[in-house]
Design a protein around this ligand. Structure first.
Ligand code: NAP
Length: 333
C-alpha cells in the first residue's frame, strides 16, 4: 500500500513516500480496518522523526486521520463495514482522569500511524465522523482539537463570560481553542508574531489582537485575564503571566519556542496563580469535544492540503511555522 514512512536517517531527511508498504493483516478480535481518506499533520510528527530510531523498522507517520471502515474483526460490537469514522489517536486512555494511564501512547509511534491507505486499530479508537465536515476537515480534527478541549475545559475550567489569552494563535491547537472558547461565550485575546495571522484570527472571532513586538500590558490598558493557555513556551510564558489576574490559571502543553523558563516564585505565590500541565486527552473527552464541535458546527481551519505523495513537503512547510491552522493530507478521493 502507499504510505509515508520514517527510516534510515533522523529528522525530515528520513521521511519517504513508498508505494509498496506491506499490506496490513486482517483485524484481530475487537479490531477494525479503516481505509483512510485523509490525514492531518501535527507538530508531534516533526518530533517523531527525531525520536524514532532510524535503525528500527520503518514507521508509518501520523496521528490524525479519517476514513471508512472496510473490515471488522471478531467480537466487534458497535462498528460496521461502511461506517465513516475519525481516528482517536489517544491510545488506551478511556476516562477523564487527572493524568493518562501508564500504558498510554499516541498513535504514530510506537504503533504505525495514519499517513497510509489503511490502518488497523481497536474499535475503541474510532468515532463517527461528524457528517457536516469534509474528509479533509475530519482528518485534521483529532489530536489538536482534543488537546485544546482538555486544556480549555477539563484543566482550565473555562466558563461563559470569562477571558482567556491564547498566545501563538497560528498553531493548529490554538485555532481550535479560539473557535471552542468563542462557542461557549468566552472573550478571547490572542497573540502572534504575524499580523496576517492576527487578521485571520479576528475573522474567526478573536476579540483582542496582540503582536509579539508590542508591549502587551500597555496594549490591554490594565485588562487582565482569567485563564492563559500556553503552548508556545519560553518565548511567551512569562509575558503571558503578566496578563493573568490574581488567582488565575495558566495551562501548558507545548514548548515550540523552548522548554525552559525561569519563574519568579514569590510573584507566583503572592498572586495565588494555578499552573496545570496537560497532554492530549481521554476518549471520554474526545466525545465531549465532538459534541461541542457538532452543536456549534465548528469547522477546522485547513491552511493547505497536500497529496499523500507530497507529505514530506507538507512536513517541511509545518516546520517553518508559517501556517494558520491545520495542514491536511489527501489519501484517496
Ligand atoms: N502535549 C500535547 O499533548 C500536545 C498536543 C498538541 C500539541 N502540542 C504542542 O503544542 C504546540 C502547538 O502545536 P501545533 O501542532 O498546533 O503547533 P504548530 O502548528 O507548529 O504551531 C506552533 C506556533 O507557536 C508559535 N511559535 C513558534 N515558535 C515561536 C517563537 N520562537 N516565538 C513565538 N511564537 C512561536 C507560532 O505562532 P505564531 O506564528 O502565531 O506566532 C506557531 O504557529 C507544539 O509545541 C506542540 O508540540 C502538545
Amino acid at each position: 500500500m502507499r504510505a509515508i514512512i520514517h527510516e534510515g536517517r533522523a529528522g525530515l531527511s528520513g521521511v519517504h513516500y513508498v508505494s509498496n508498504f506491506a499490506d496490513l493483516s486482517f483485524p484481530g478480535p475487537g479490531e477494525v480496518k479503516v481505509k483512510l481518506k485523509s490525514a492531518g499533520l501535527n507538530h508531534r510528527d516533526l518530533f517523531v522523526t527525531l525520536r524514532h530510531n532510524p535503525e528500527d523498522p520503518s514507521l508509518i507517520l501520523g496521528s490524525d486521520g479519517a476514513g471508512v471502515v472496510s473490515e471488522v474483526g471478531e467480537n466487534v460490537t458497535h462498528v460496521h463495514v461502511g461506517d465513516e469514522v475519525v481516528i482517536i489517536p489517544s491510545l488506551r486512555w478511556k476516562e477523564k482522569t487527572p493524568a493518562p494511564p501508564d500504558d498510554f501512547e499516541i498513535l504514530g509511534l510506537p504503533d504505525h500511524g495514519t499517513m497510509a491507505e489503511e490502518i488497523v486499530l481497536s474499535e475503541n479508537q474510532i468515532a463517527p465522523k461528524p457528517s457536516y465536515l469534509s474528509w479533509e476537515e475530519a482528518g485534521v480534527l483529532p489530536l489538536s482539537a482534543l488537546t485544546g478541549y482538555r486544556a480549555l475545559f477539563t484543566k482550565g475550567k473555562l466558563q461563559k463570560g470569562e477571558t482567556v489569552f491564547i498566545p501563538g494563535i497560528g498553531s493548529g491547537v490554538a485555532t481550535y481553542m479560539l473557535q471552542m472558547a468563542k462557542a461557549v461565550g468566552a472573550k478571547v485575546i490572542v497573540s502572534s508574531r504575524s499580523s496576517e495571522k492576527l487578521e485571520k484570527a479576528e475573522r474567526l472571532g478573536a476579540d483582542v489582537l496582540l503582536e509579539n513586538g508590542q508591549d502587551w500590558e500597555q496594549s490591554l490598558h490594565g485588562e487582565i485575564v482569567d485563564l492563559v493557555i500556553e503552548s508556545v513556551g519560553a518565548a511567551t510564558f512569562n509575558r503571558s503571566l503578566d496578563l493573568l489576574k490574581k488567582g488565575g490559571t495558566i495551562v501548558t502543553f507545548g514548548a515550540s519556542a523552548g522548554d525552559e523558563v525561569s519563574l519568579d516564585l514569590r510573584r507566583f505565590f503572592y498572586n495565588q496563580w494555578n499552573l496545570y500541565g496537560t497532554t492530549m486527552g481521554s476518549i471520554e473527552e474526545f466525545y465531549e469535544m465532538l459534541d461541542l464541535f457538532k452543536s456549534h458546527k465548528i469547522r477546522p481551519i485547513v491552511d493547505r492540503t497536500y497529496a499523500l505523495e507530497d507529505a514530506a513537503d507538507a512536513l517541511d512547510y509545518l516546520s517553518k511555522s508559517n501556517q494558520f491552522g491545520k495542514i491536511a493530507i489527501r489519501i484517496r478521493e
